[in-house]
Design a protein around this ligand. Structure first.
Ligand SMILES: *[C@@H]1O[C@H](CO)[C@@H](O)[C@H](O)[C@H]1NC(C)=O
Ligand SMILES: *[C@@H]1O[C@H](CO)[C@@H](O)[C@H](O)[C@H]1NC(C)=O
Ligand SMILES: *[C@@H]1O[C@H](CO)[C@@H](O)[C@H](O)[C@H]1NC(C)=O
Ligand SMILES: *[C@@H]1O[C@H](CO)[C@@H](O)[C@H](O)[C@H]1NC(C)=O
Ligand SMILES: *[C@@H]1O[C@H](CO)[C@@H](O)[C@H](O)[C@H]1NC(C)=O
Ligand SMILES: *[C@@H]1O[C@H](CO)[C@@H](O)[C@H](O)[C@H]1NC(C)=O
Ligand SMILES: *[C@@H]1O[C@H](CO)[C@@H](O)[C@H](O)[C@H]1NC(C)=O
Ligand SMILES: *[C@@H]1O[C@H](CO)[C@@H](O)[C@H](O)[C@H]1NC(C)=O
Length: 398
């Protein structure tokens, strides 16, 4: 039973990996502290209604460590595949979990090659900066997170000690640009709050949902994950507080077997999917950066100037925004992290500078990112690497 108290986690100022045990010891006092913080934690549910080109709400639900074929064969995942578009060539970025979650919202995983207590430096932006810039509400719903904004490493079931919530599957809490702002912590909530927000018609326009370690298949199997998804998502399919021109992405973080390509099972569904695409398969190449690229293209957002720029936008959305889906034959395995500030295997490399000169379909890098990093363009140069996404060779669009 290892977890942090809010106070202990908040006092961590190191920018790189802090070993969990150096922050707080797994004592009973920690439970008391968590319960004390739970009683006073603030929660907010801001809403907005910004029209997008292809959808007005985006929801991603992430599952764990399952090879493509296993998930595709599960009756409950199949049930949802039949209601949407199956992505046949969507790839995880590396192993294990945490770098995949980190990259899906920030456009890079900075060499992370494990699941430790990690804090991304405060001068790194993530998708929520892009969303807030356009007034688009966002929120995360993490099943069994003990309270909104909890920054601890994990939280176990207090009855049986089983894993419940883990920080490594909570992408935005990893970013100090989020954790340093109380108003942002207040929208990182648990699924109890999801159901409250749903009932009160206060769901945000962008949301990221992480089931607990039992429900997401991590400590169990794809069967358990499928049963959870069926019970969670099926009732939402005709709930008008949820379905408001909504695009739902069901995905896995990574393929389980490290020696095969890191292809993950993913489905796009919801009332934003055109009827004629229901039950179809999309064979274009995508990876977790496509989630960023798609949201950015849909709402005409600025970009992060990292691997979000140039990643393929999901075809059903790309066709609505006039963005080409590039042909891409991928032979790499994506089973190894490239060097970076978080690399524990001795492969250190400097914190890369976003390329503030990038343009995609007329869209530019977020002005605040330009202000922080624009003068360093002589150093932008994402280092050479062992296994890199194609977006690594950043394309420049006129
Ligand atoms: C970003 O933050 C890192 C870590 O604190 C620091 O080393 C780096 O100099 C900062 N860079 C800029 C441009 O702010
Ligand atoms: C969920 O978060 C709320 C708000 O912080 C908290 O009051 C509640 O106890 C949490 N629920 C669970 C099941 O942990
Ligand atoms: C995880 O979630 C499921 C269902 O949502 C719940 O039954 C279970 O108690 C939770 N925690 C653990 C440790 O399984
Ligand atoms: C949603 O659909 C289910 C079955 O398809 C049906 O039983 C239920 O009444 C529907 N609910 C609403 C609110 O339409
Ligand atoms: C990645 O996959 C290749 C091909 O199967 C294999 O040779 C290599 O050992 C794998 N690397 C890791 C770190 O698992
Ligand atoms: C993992 O993905 C590869 C494709 O990249 C696929 O061929 C393989 O079937 C998947 N693994 C399993 C065991 O299903
Ligand atoms: C991708 O390939 C197909 C078939 O070869 C072609 O029709 C299409 O124009 C190509 N798309 C791009 C963006 O190059
Ligand atoms: C890049 O430019 C900055 C500011 O002009 C300068 O301090 C730095 O030494 C340069 N770095 C390289 C790698 O040339």
């Amino acid at each position: 039973m290892r977890f942090f108290t809010a106070a202990a986690a908040a006092s961590v100022v190191s920018v790189a990996i802090a070993a969990p045990t150096s922050v707080a010891s797994p004592t009973a006092t920690d439970v008391t502290d968590v319960y004390a913080a739970q009683a006073t934690a603030k929660t907010r549910s801001p809403t907005s209604c910004v029209k997008g080109a292809a959808f007005d709400r985006y929801v991603s639900i992430w599952f764990e460590n399952t090879d493509f074929d296993m998930a595709a064969a599960d009756p409950n995942f199949k049930f949802f595949a039949e209601k949407g578009i199956t992505l046949a060539n969507n790839f995880g970025l590396t192993h294990p979990s945490e770098p995949n979650y980190m990259a899906a919202v920030g456009g890079d995983y900075f060499g992370l090659d494990g699941d430790p207590f990690t804090q991304v430096p405060q001068n790194v932006s993530s998708v929520v900066d892009l969303l807030e810039d356009k007034g688009i509400s966002w929120g995360l719903y993490q099943e069994d997170m003990p309270y909104s904004g909890f920054q601890g490493f994990q939280w176990v079931n207090q009855q049986n000690g089983a894993n419940d919530y883990v920080r490594k599957h909570n992408p935005e809490i990893l970013y100090n640009s989020v954790a340093a702002k109380p108003e942002r912590l207040e929208v990182i909530k648990n699924t109890t709050m999801f159901f409250k927000d749903l009932q009160e018609d206060k769901l945000p326009q962008w949301m990221f949902i992480t089931p607990n370690m039992t429900s997401d298949g991590h400590d169990t199997s794809v069967t358990t994950a499928g049963i959870w998804l069926r019970s969670f998502l099926e009732p939402l399919l005709n709930n008008t507080n949820f379905m408001q021109n909504t695009l739902v992405l069901i995905t896995f973080d990574e393929n389980e077997t490290y020696t095969i390509q890191n292809r993950v099972f993913s489905v796009l569904l919801g009332d934003a999917v055109p009827k004629k695409l229901i039950g179809t398969t999309d064979t274009n190449f995508y990876n977790h950066y496509s989630e960023l690229a798609t949201v950015e293209a849909n709402w005409d957002l600025h970009t992060l100037g990292r691997y979000d720029v140039g990643a393929n936008v999901f075809a059903n959305v790309a066709s609505q925004v006039g963005e080409p889906v590039r042909n891409w034959t991928e032979s790499r395995f994506y089973n190894l992290s490239y060097p970076g500030i978080f690399n524990a295997a001795g492969e250190w490399a400097p914190q890369p500078v976003p390329n503030t000169n990038l343009r995609i379909n007329g869209r530019t890098v977020l002005p605040s990112i330009q202000a922080t990093w624009g003068h360093l363009q002589n150093e932008t140069i994402y280092h050479g690497a062992l296994e890199v996404p194609d977006g690594y060779h950043l394309p420049v669009y006129p």
